[in-house]
Design a protein around this ligand. Structure first.
Ligand SMILES: C[S@@+](CC[C@H](N)C(=O)[O-])C[C@H]1O[C@@H](n2cnc3c(N)ncnc32)[C@H](O)[C@@H]1O
Length: 254
């Protein structure tokens, strides 16, 4: 079956490489899990080394971009995982839940197949929009608030969660929407935008891009956002969801 990412995913791997700092946070969240199912796995970013990993991905184009030697992949949807209950120690889902046709069903599936924990990288829909959205594409605020799950929704479907902020480094190598917060010219590049699904939701990007181009040329952007240029990382609302919340180190499950 044709899938959205069969179209928008072309060229994904060149610009959506795993960022080592985010990868370290994900590995930490996975804890001692020896087996991991990576759902909405795409081209294989953030699949941890040294563990038994199985990837799940519905898009043929994304599967095609998985490097040789990547974990074995099953073509399926998060909403119907072809595994038994508790088949893996952990289930991982990175920047994918907002694409699922039924988020509650997909989250229930992660919970079902994970013996121990579920780890999700997502975006907090109550977070303040960052400058790109606020100043140039405000129409995205309403869209993103409906497609990203709130903490309450996650807890309804997964049980209690820990909700960890993931600050985004100024030189983030994974080119998702917030990655270029300190490199504003990057958003003018069609290849950069092509690797960010959000832009496919905006009917006509040109008016917003024209304003950004003008503001960069005439100094308006620097006047408004110049202080960001001294920051090495910022919290843009990205969150690692860990369910159940791990026990504090030193405590053991009874
Ligand atoms: C932004 S990409 C993230 C890919 C990868 N996790 C990463 O971090 O690079 C979103 C992925 O979600 C996948 N996806 C969309 N709908 C899905 C579904 N129903 N079940 C599982 N994955 C889905 C897309 O095909 C795409 O590969």
């Amino acid at each position: 079956m044709a899938h959205l990412y069969d179209t928008i995913g072309v060229g994904y791997r060149a610009l959506r490489r795993p960022d080592p700092r985010i990868a370290a946070a994900i590995v930490d969240a996975l804890g001692p899990a020896a087996s991991v199912v990576n759902v909405g796995a795409g081209a294989g970013s953030y699949e941890p080394a040294g563990r038994r990993v199985v990837a799940v991905e519905p898009s043929r184009e994304m599967i095609r971009q998985r490097p040789a030697g990547a974990a074995p992949v099953v073509q399926a949807s998060a909403t119907a995982l072809p595994f038994g209950a508790g088949a893996f120690d952990a289930a991982l889902a990175v920047l994918t839940v907002h694409h699922w046709p039924d988020r509650a069903q997909g989250l229930a599936e992660l919970r079902r197949v994970a013996r121990d924990r579920v780890v999700i990288l997502t975006w907090e829909p109550d977070a303040a929009p960052f400058w790109l959205i606020e100043d140039y594409f405000p129409e995205l605020v309403a869209i993103d608030r409906t497609i990203f799950s709130t903490r309450d929704e996650m807890e309804r479907d997964l049980g209690p969660v820990e909700w960890r902020p993931v600050p985004i480094p100024h030189d983030c190598v994974d080119g998702f929407l917030g990655a270029y917060w300190r490199r504003p010219h990057a958003y003018l590049d069609p290849a950069v935008r092509g690797a960010i699904s959000t832009f496919s939701k905006i009917g006509d990007v040109e008016p917003g891009l024209a304003r950004l181009r003008d503001d960069l040329e005439n100094g308006t952007w620097t006047r408004r956002h110049g202080p960001l240029l001294t920051r090495s990382e910022v919290d843009l609302g990205y969150r690692l969801v860990v369910s159940p919340p791990p026990l504090p180190s030193g405590e053991r499950a009874g």
